[in-house]
Design a binder for this molecule. Structure first.
Ligand code: DQA
Length: 148
């Protein structure tokens, strides 16, 4: 069964209590569990990792080269700041789907720019916790298409 990495960046460990009007009330554990269940039903094994540290996210991407077929990434605020993360995405040569709970384009101007978007397959933004489920579906579609 192909494996995918769900990678969450800074402050997403506080989901459920952090600005619930923007990010919702579900915890990260609940969101990741729902994503894993959906992935399983689509024939994918999902492994989840969250870190508040830029280097740890980069390490996780590097490690994923050895075992993952693709990555679903919510880089949090590093989306808007991290050239290092962007370089890592480009370096690992895995399909990466960018995910956000909120619609980053409808928020403060500094969130409108995603440094990682140009090196990701696509971006899913603004559907709350459902963004992760849409990303799992998109990844299943993508990996199936690669096999054909
Ligand atoms: C976020 C959007 C980012 O701008 C923000 O810094 C986050 C969460 C989202 O999921 O909506 O931490 O990635």
């Amino acid at each position: 069964m192909p494996k995918i990495l769900l990678l969450n960046g800074p402050n997403l460990n506080l989901l459920g209590e952090r600005e619930p009007a923007i990010y919702g009330t579900a915890t990260l554990e609940q969101v990741a569990a729902r994503a894993a269940t959906l992935a399983q039903s689509l024939g994918l094994e999902l492994r989840h990792l969250q870190s508040n540290h830029e280097g740890a996210l980069i390490d996780a991407l590097h490690d994923a080269r050895a075992w993952a077929s693709g990555v679903i990434l919510n880089a949090g605020a590093y989306t808007h700041t991290s050239i290092a993360l962007r370089d890592a995405i480009q370096a690992v040569q895995l399909p990466v789907i960018e995910v956000h709970l909120s619609n980053i384009h409808a928020r403060e101007p500094f969130r409108h720019t995603s440094l990682i978007a140009p090196v990701c397959v696509g971006q899913i933004t603004g559907f709350g916790a459902e963004s992760y489920l849409l990303a799992v579906q998109a990844m299943a579609f993508l990996l199936q298409r690669q096999q054909v």
